[in-house]
Design a protein around this ligand. Structure first.
Ligand SMILES: NC(=O)c1ccc[n+]([C@@H]2O[C@H](COP(=O)([O-])OP(=O)(O)OC[C@H]3O[C@@H](n4cnc5c(N)ncnc54)[C@H](O)[C@@H]3O)[C@@H](O)[C@H]2O)c1
Length: 394
C-alpha cells in the first residue's frame, strides 16, 4: 500500500456508455493517466482509444496482467464488477469500479478481504458526494444549521433508461433495477451527511414484465424485466435519524424529485438531484429554511477545493465531475490511506439496497451488519476566495 504512484497508470476495462465521461474528465486530473483500455468489444474500445487519445487497446485479461498498469478502472456492467475487481486485486492492482459495487454481498466481502491481503485500495462510485452541492449540505449539518438531524426523504421518480441507453438490458436484469442503479447516488449522499444505516424495510413492485428499447440500433426490441422497478424503502440510521426513499423506473412525471434532510431547527432541501447526466447530482442549489427564517434561502455551493491539482483544465471542467473519486483514490494511494469513495462504503450501500429488496420478500425489517466510516468532507479552497462562507447562517 505504500507504493506512492503519481500519476496512477490506469487500465480501463469497459468502454461502453459511461466510459466517455471518465475518459474526458480523467484527462484533466494530473494524478491520472489512462494508458490502456479494453472490453468485450475491441472495435468499441479502439474507437474510444482513438477518440480520447488512449495509447493502447488490449483484452481485459492482458490489461489485468499488464505490469505497466497500477490500477484498474472497472466500468463493466454490474454483473461483471466483482470478477473484474477480484482479478485486478489478484494481479496486485488497485481497483475503482462503477456502482453498484457488487451484485452479491459475499463477493463484496471477498473483494475487501483480498484488498487488505494484497495491500491494495478499492474505490467505488458514486463520487457525486464530492460535488459542491453535497459538500455544502455536509457543512451545513456539521455547523448545526438545522440542529440535530432527525429525518431524510429522497424521491427519485423516473421512467427508466430504454429511451436513451442503446443496450439497456442490464438495467432490467439481476443486478439492475432502479434501486441498484439510482439508489447509490442518494444513499451515498445520505451516509456522507448522516452516517451509516442500521436497518431498512421496503415494498416494491414490477409494473411491466417486458419493456421496449426506444432508441438506437435495437429500437423496437423487447427486453424481459427480471427485477422490481418501483421501490419504496424505509431507513433507520445508526444515529437514530429515520428516512424514506422512493426510486422508480415506472413514473412518467413528478414534481417530487428532491432530497430533504430534516432537523430539530430546520430543513435542507436539495431540489432535483437528477443522476441523468450526473450534473444535477453534483451541482445545483441547496436550500435551507430554519425556525428563524420564514422562507427558503439558497446556499451557493462552495468552490473547488484547493487540494485538487488539476492540470490541463481546458474544458471548463469543474470539480463536480465523475472521475473525481478515482482521482481521490490516486491521492489515497500516494498518501497510503483509504479513499473517500471506498469499497467499504460501496459494500455498505449494497447491503442497504439488498436489505431493501429482501424486506418485501420476508415482510420484515432487515438489520444491516456492515458499517463504514462517514467519508471526510473535502477541504475548501482557501486560495480562490470563491468558496462560500457558511458561517453566516441564519
Ligand atoms: N450509462 C450510464 O449513464 C451510467 C451512469 C452511471 C453509472 N453507470 C454504470 O457504469 C457501468 C457501465 O455502464 P454502461 O452504461 O457504460 O454499460 P455499457 O453496456 O454501455 O458498457 C459496458 C462495457 O463493459 C464491457 N464488459 C461487459 N462485461 C465485461 C466483462 N465480463 N469483462 C470485460 N468487459 C466487460 C462491455 O464490453 C462494454 O464495453 C454500470 O455499472 C452502470 O451502472 C452507467
Amino acid at each position: 500500500m505504500t507504493d506512492a504512484i503519481h500519476p496512477l497508470r490506469i487500465g480501463l476495462i469497459g468502454t461502453g456508455r459511461i466510459s466517455d465521461v471518465y475518459l474526458e474528465n480523467c484527462a484533466a486530473f494530473s494524478g491520472l493517466d489512462i494508458v490502456v483500455c479494453g472490453s468485450l468489444n475491441p472495435d468499441e474500445s479502439r474507437a474510444k482509444a482513438d477518440r480520447y487519445g488512449v495509447p493502447r487497446v488490449a483484452s481485459p485479461q492482458a490489461i489485468i496482467d499488464d505490469p505497466d498498469v497500477d490500477a484498474i478502472l472497472n466500468l463493466t456492467i454490474p454483473a461483471a464488477h466483482a470478477s473484474v475487481s477480484i482479478a485486478a486485486l489478484e494481479a496486485e492492482k488497485h481497483v475503482y469500479s462503477e456502482k453498484p459495487f457488487v451484485t452479491d454481498l459475499d463477493e463484496g466481502r471477498n473483494i475487501l478481504a483480498l484488498a487488505r491481503q494484497q495491500g491494495r485500495l478499492v474505490g467505488n462510485a458514486p463520487d457525486t458526494f464530492f460535488g459542491g452541492r453535497w459538500q455544502t449540505v455536509r457543512k451545513l449539518i456539521d455547523q448545526n444549521a438545522i440542529g440535530a438531524p432527525t429525518g431524510v426523504a429522497a424521491f427519485v421518480p423516473t421512467h427508466g433508461v430504454e429511451r436513451h441507453h442503446p443496450n439497456p438490458d442490464f438495467y432490467y436484469a439481476k443486478g439492475g433495477g432502479p434501486l441498484l442503479d439510482l439508489g447509490p447516488y442518494y444513499l451515498a449522499a445520505m451516509v456522507f451527511c448522516l452516517g451509516p444505516v442500521a436497518r431498512v424495510a421496503g415494498m416494491s413492485r414490477r409494473t411491466f414484465s417486458e419493456r421496449m428499447i426506444e432508441n438506437g440500433p435495437r429500437n423496437g426490441e423487447m427486453m424481459p424485466v427480471e427485477v422490481d422497478t418501483h421501490c419504496v424503502s424505509l431507513l433507520e440510521f445508526e444515529s437514530g435519524v429515520v428516512g424514506q426513499m422512493l426510486v422508480s423506473f415506472d413514473v412518467w412525471e413528478s414534481e417530487t424529485p428532491r432530497l430533504e434532510i430534516y432537523g430539530t431547527d430546520g430543513t435542507i432541501c436539495i431540489p432535483d438531484p437528477d443522476p441523468g447526466d450526473g450534473a444535477n447530482v453534483f451541482q445545483g442549489d441547496v436550500w435551507v429554511r430554519t425556525r428563524t427564517t420564514s422562507r427558503w434561502t439558497m446556499r451557493p455551493r462552495p468552490d473547488a477545493p484547493a487540494e485538487w491539482d488539476v492540470a490541463n483544465n481546458t474544458h471548463g471542467l469543474n470539480f463536480d465531475a465523475r472521475g473525481i473519486g478515482l482521482a481521490e483514490l490516486a491521492k489515497a494511494v500516494a498518501e497510503a490511506r483509504e479513499p473517500r469513495a471506498s469499497g467499504a462504503l460501496g459494500l455498505h450501500l449494497c447491503e442497504v439496497m439488498q436489505g431493501m429488496l429482501d424486506s418485501p420478500v420476508s415482510g420484515r425489517f432487515i438489520d444491516i451488519e456492515s458499517r463504514c466510516e462517514r467519508p471526510a468532507p473535502l477541504r475548501e479552497s482557501t486560495e480562490t476566495g470563491l468558496h462560500v462562507n457558511l458561517s453566516a447562517l441564519p
